[in-house]
Design a protein around this ligand. Structure first.
Ligand code: ADP
Ligand code: MG
Length: 320
């Protein structure tokens, strides 16, 4: 297939929306931002064997590439609308592209997201997506809004994807349920929209709780204490990782959860529980924001727990 045949394949399958004035096919897309809304924009790249095992099914790659981008919009409490897709492919494989689009467009349809353009090049498999969404003027959730006394919440369960990846790295079989959480993360859009006006700060968990919550603490000028016994844990993770300390390390520093971590006043806990139930999302209070800087992790016995590596870093400091 030629580059143009590939693009045509994408164009034929891409959805549209009334606010897409001009989509795929011209030199650029023309889009109409709703009156009174702020445009929220985010870009993320996925590279084979860095962000997903190279043997990942094409449909799962398509889903995940979009999911991680929608997760960033969710962290800002933005309603997703449009995405651009820059694809680098080792070869013009129409079957791979079709399967990729199956996963990508399945998730796009769930959130009424239109694919409005992109770029197609030859190179190592890599996918870069720019996602655009809307939020009422000045209502975006930021990392910088956490206040001393806030509850610290997380959605869903933590550590599942990291558990799957740990099994894969050991060369063993990956549990199907953990693999599913690695390949098909759920961007918490509905939960995020429900948290507008309630949550004080939010971030999505891509690099691991310690690293990502650390960004919130730093940008908010506060600290936090977390009770490890309260970390929401799935049954498959508990079954496959019986050792509590190993499990905590996965949950704290494993990454790839794509859950939301947010803070809110304790007085709003009941309202939050109701909002989360209404959108079929579980959410758990795992600790509390405090005025003193730093993140303290408490074991069940109330002693400090230290994680050796805080989270994923593409450019870690080299050993001397
Ligand atoms: P240009 O030469 O101006 O970069 P292209 O030939 O790359 O134009 O793209 C032609 C049209 O196809 C543009 O509207 C572009 O946004 C769209 N397009 C190219 N690649 C993709 C892709 N992977 N996904 C969605 N749209 C794409
Ligand atoms: Mg181009």
């Amino acid at each position: 297939m030629s580059e143009f045949a590939l693009i045509d394949r994408i164009r034929q399958r891409a959805g549209t929306r009334a606010d897409v004035i001009l989509g795929i096919g011209d030199d650029a897309a023309v889009l109409r931002v709703p009156e009174g809304q702020d445009l929220v924009v985010s870009t993320d790249t996925l590279i084979a064997d860095v962000h997903f095992p190279a043997d990942t099914a094409a449909a799962d790659v398509g889903w995940k590439a979009l999911a991680v981008n929608l997760s960033d919009l969710a962290a800002m409490a933005a309603q997703p609308a449009w995405v651009a897709l820059a694809l680098s492919l080792p070869e013009a494989d129409g079957d791979w592209l079709d399967a990729f689009l199956d996963g990508f467009l399945e998730l796009a349809a769930q959130h009424d997201v239109a694919l409005i353009g992109g770029d197609t090049t030859r190179g190592p498999l890599s996918i870069t997506i720019t996602a655009h969404g809307f939020v009422a003027r000045d209502a975006a959730l930021r990392r910088s809004g956490a206040k001393a006394g806030d509850d610290v919440w997380v959605t869903g369960t933590l550590g599942d994807a990291a558990g799957g990846l740990a099994q894969w790295r050991r060369g063993g079989l990956m549990s199907a349920k953990l693999r599913h959480r690695l390949d098909r993360p759920t961007p918490r859009i509905d939960a995020a929209l429900a948290l507008r006006g309630i949550a004080h700060a939010a971030i999505d968990l891509s690099d691991g709780l310690v690293a990502d919550l650390g960004h919130v603490l730093e940008q908010s000028g506060v600290g936090a204490e977390i009770d490890l016994g309260r970390l929401p844990t799935s049954r498959p993770l508990a079954e496959h990782f019986a050792d509590e300390h190993e499990r905590w390390r996965l949950q704290l520093a494993g990454g790839d959860d794509y859950e939301l971590c947010f803070t809110a006043a304790p007085a709003d806990a009941f309202a939050i529980e109701q909002e989360m139930a209404a959108c079929d999302t579980t959410a758990t209070v795992i600790g509390r924001i405090r005025a003193d800087a730093g993140l303290q992790l408490f074991t069940l016995e109330g002693t400090d727990f230290v994680v050796p590596v805080a989270g994923f870093d593409h450019f870690p400091a080299k050993d001397a």
